[in-house]
Design a protein around this ligand. Structure first.
Ligand code: C5P
Length: 233
């Protein structure tokens, strides 16, 4: 898989309305090729925008983190296949992953596993009823996701080296929590620069506010793409 630096940047459209998202997409123009739509925009009427972006030649990552009984997951994935998006997240539970893999068969939809949410630590997992800690659950779920045929894992850049050892080069690693040097961290705690994320083995970088809240979003996106290009050589 050879990706151009531009294809490796995914801009998170975490915006309150379709109008706000359309405005940013228009400003970013040809600079950006890949967008992520999650709960906020999706539930504010953003799902038709996902289709429109696909029709306009963009790639779309639908960050819906699906998890339900197998039949419901499968039916949901079948509907999403028809939208033409590139990536979809599912929680890395065996039944959920199996159902999603079966439902997307024959399509170009790629499935990304969410192992353990990065806001969870060992205590949170214990409170949720788990006997194992974060590291063990992440390792176990990443291996299972690989064995069940998922295409990638959403992880922090810090986890990339260990995950590469675990799943080889079979899966793409998609990393949020990216902050260019000098940009505000906001609520992200463990941040990594674009160059360091690429050096750690990330395939795709998810970047939201450092681009969408920048005074000049196209310039901010172009600077990150330049960082990716420099680090990838
Ligand atoms: O604005 P910012 O660059 O922090 O946005 C990062 C995006 O990646 C958000 O859409 C957020 O939900 C998502 N994300 C994250 N951390 C994770 C998984 C997803 O920040 N562990």
């Amino acid at each position: 898989m050879t990706l151009s630096p531009r294809e490796r940047l995914i801009v998170a459209l975490d915006l309150p309305s379709v109008e706000a998202a359309e405005k940013i997409v228009e400003r970013l123009g040809d600079t950006v090729a890949f967008y992520k739509i999650g709960y906020q925009l999706g539930f504010a009427g953003g799902l038709p925008l996902a289709r429109a972006l696909v029709q306009a030649g963009k790639q779309v990552f639908l960050d819906m983190k699906l998890h339900d009984i197998a039949n419901t997951v499968a039916c949901g994935v079948e509907s999403i296949v028809n939208m033409g998006v590139t990536f979809l997240t599912v929680h890395a539970y065996p039944q959920t992953m199996q159902a999603a893999v079966a439902a997307r068969a024959g399509s170009s939809l790629k499935l990304l596993a969410v192992t353990v949410l990065t806001s969870y630590d060992d205590i949170d997992l214990h409170e949720a009823g788990y006997a194992l800690g974060v590291d063990e659950v992440v390792t176990d779920r990443a291996k299972r996701a690989h064995d069940l045929g998922l295409d990638g894992i959403v992880c922090s850049a810090e986890e990339c080296p260990a995950l590469h050892l675990l799943v080889g080069n079979d899966m793409v690693l998609v990393t949020p929590g990216i902050r260019p040097v000098g940009s505000a961290h906001a609520d992200q705690k463990r941040v990594v620069t674009p160059a360091n994320a690429i050096a750690a083995g990330a395939d795709y970088l998810v970047v939201g506010r450092p681009i969408t809240a920048a005074p000049d979003p196209p310039a901010a996106a172009a600077a990150i793409i330049a960082d990716i290009a420099a680090a990838a050589h």
